[in-house]
Design a protein around this ligand. Structure first.
Ligand SMILES: [Zn+2]
Ligand SMILES: [Zn+2]
Length: 190
């Protein structure tokens, strides 16, 4: 997605709002990683574009919704998340001026002879890095029973919170080790 910035770049201190909602594929066809098939609906941009020395500063928030599943009960759910951004898109003219031989490929550049803001990489980077690590269908989701697999949100089972013991370790249940040298049995002197 490209946004014309002619007029803005030549006017230091000038600002322009960019509040819009656009389909995810407006930000390029490359895979989004784990998000690639999961994005659901448009991506909302609420940005302020500000002309600063050397380029355009884009700040604000980006919101997306993706299909995922609850980390505890595996129920499918839609997760919406916001990411704050504050990124300088450097003008090529400024990059050439500095030309210190230490090119940082990670920053963002204006394109088309410094006439357009290219938002693809910034939006994708922000959403992929900023996505929540895990989602819950609700904060108090009871999850699946580790013993029988029952969804405890819908039908409680009798297993309580005890985790199943790996049968290979079952024989160790009855094992009692003698106290090591220098360690007596716990005394109850209270
Ligand atoms: Zn859940
Ligand atoms: Zn159970």
């Amino acid at each position: 997605m490209r946004v014309p910035v002619t007029g803005l770049l030549d006017r230091p201190g000038g600002r322009r709002e960019l509040v819009t909602s656009v389909p995810a594929d407006a930000f390029g066809d490359d895979p989004w990683g784990p998000l690639v098939d999961a994005l659901d609906g448009p991506i909302a941009l609420d940005l302020l574009l500000e002309s600063v020395s050397g380029g355009i500063l884009a700040r604000g928030s980006i919101r997306a919704t993706a299909r995922t599943s609850c980390a505890r009960c595996l129920a499918p759910l839609l997760r919406t998340w916001d990411v704050d951004v504050l990124e300088l898109h450097r003008a090529q003219a400024a990059v050439d001026r500095e030309d210190d031989g230490d090119e940082d490929d990670l920053d963002y550049r204006l394109v088309d002879g410094d006439t357009q803001l290219e938002l693809d990489q910034m939006v994708r980077d922000a959403l992929v890095v900023g996505q929540p690590v895990r989602a819950l269908c609700r904060p108090d989701c009871a999850g699946l029973c580790p013993t029988c697999g029952t969804d405890r949100n819908t039908s409680p089972c009798d297993h309580g919170d005890e985790r199943p013991v790996d049968p290979r370790w079952e024989a160790l249940r009855g094992l009692r080790l003698p106290p090591a040298a220098g360690e007596g049995p716990p005394t109850d002197a209270g």
